[in-house]
Write a protein that binds this ligand. Structure first.
Ligand code: GLY
Length: 386
């Protein structure tokens, strides 16, 4: 009995000091992240937000509330506020949220989930301000206008020669719709989300659980007519960020619904992603690029995947596998190889992401969504440690 009590005391002392060490690391890391991002904040104009760095002239790509990435800077600043409790970050987050005002009425984009839920969503979660809640509900009303009952999916793009293009990225806009149904009690948002998730699962995924980027639907029959890529290497290849968006999307769908089909999808996509994880745990931009290992990385895909892996680790019987992979990716993203310090990288955190390689746009640069999902992953990691 005596030995047992001593053993418990030793284990207690050991886990206490391990936890302390993790907490010290976390507070050192978040203070570095805060210093780093303050450099970026100094560059932000009143009416725009930073999307990526450097552009072809070595400067920032700043965007307004019509750009799909406009909600990420505010979201990142809200996370920094949560991590540091520093009023500077609260004020910066607020400024960069409310400057998006009007975004909720944009009918020409499927990206309202990204634009509104990452900015106003975090703002509402943290402050409880009812005005932000109204913005998110308005955005959800606007987004479901893009749903067509014949195709059963939300239309992605309005440009191009497709009839009704849907990209796998669009899975990410569904979380806001689940939230809107919860908040309003109106099932219409959830019904759209469920239909979109089911039809995408049917048409975007290949036998090996990789995903095609774009599926074009016939608006008369609702059938898929074209399957191709837009930002990946080829129509048959696995574009890294598309795989990450789908993985995050189906993990979230399982969390929101408890429907086992989504869990099965998330686990299968997760296995496909982990099979394609390089030695340093940060994906190449497209898994089929013949130039691997000299092909560009896409650290944004790694950050999105890490965040979803933490989520899945709490939902699946194989939690340990997903948790271990998430920690490995985060360790790599936090290392000097992928994380900028001292105000380099334009004040963005994560280095080496790719926006659209076939269009030679944003190749091997810092992009705001890589930072957003890195910070979200860090938050999820910390919550699990607690
Ligand atoms: N949704 C666009 C992208 O991932 O680049």
């Amino acid at each position: 009995m005596k030995i047992f009590i001593i053993l418990l005391a030793v284990i207690g002392f050991y886990s206490c000091s391990v936890n302390k060490e993790i907490q010290t690391d976390f507070s050192e890391l978040t203070s570095e992240l805060s210093e780093q991002m303050k450099v970026l904040v100094r560059e932000i104009p009143d009416d725009k937000v930073p999307r990526s760095y450097p552009d072809e002239n070595g400067g920032y790509w700043m965007v307004g509330n019509n750009d799909w990435t406009c909600g990420f800077p505010a979201g990142s600043f809200w996370f920094l506020y949560e991590f540091t409790n520093d009023e500077f970050w609260k004020n910066t987050a607020l400024e960069n949220t409310v400057k998006l005002e009007g975004v909720q009425y944009r009918t020409n984009t499927h990206d309202l989930g990204f634009m509104v839920f990452c900015s106003y969503g975090n703002a509402y979660r943290i402050t409880g301000n009812e005005q932000y809640k109204e913005v998110i509900i308005e955005a959800s009303e606007t987004l479901i206008e893009r749903f067509n009952p014949i195709t059963g999916v939300i239309r992605s793009w309005d440009f191009g020669t497709w009839q009704y293009p849907v990209i796998v990225d669009n899975m990410m806009n569904l979380e806001m719709l689940f939230w809107a149904s919860e908040e309003t009690g109106d099932e219409k948002f959830r019904k759209v989300a469920l239909s979109h998730a089911d039809v995408t699962l049917e048409n975007h995924y290949r036998d090996d659980w990789s995903s095609v980027h774009v599926v074009d639907y016939d608006t008369l029959t609702g059938e898929p007519v074209i399957k191709q890529t837009h930002q990946g290497l080829s129509d048959e290849s696995a574009w890294a960020r598309g795989q990450a968006w789908g993985f995050y999307g189906y993990t979230m769908c399982y969390r929101e619904t408890g429907d086992e089909r989504y869990l099965e999808a998330a686990e299968n996509i997760g296995n496909f992603l982990l099979e394609n994880l390089p030695e340093d745990n940060v994906f190449f931009w497209d898994f089929n690029d013949p130039n691997i290992p000299d092909a560009p990385r896409d650290a944004s895909a790694a950050a999105i995947t890490a965040s979803a892996l933490y989520d899945l680790s709490t939902l699946s019987d194989q939690g340990d596998t997903w948790l271990k992979a998430a920690n490995q990716i985060m360790e790599s993203l936090t290392s000097d190889k992928y994380r900028a310090t001292g105000g380099s990288n334009g004040g963005f955190i994560v280095k080496h992401s790719v926006g659209n390689l076939p269009s030679s746009s944003e190749v091997d640069v810092a992009i705001n969504y890589a930072d957003y999902y890195y910070l979200e992953a860090l938050k999820r990691q910390q919550e699990l440690l607690k």
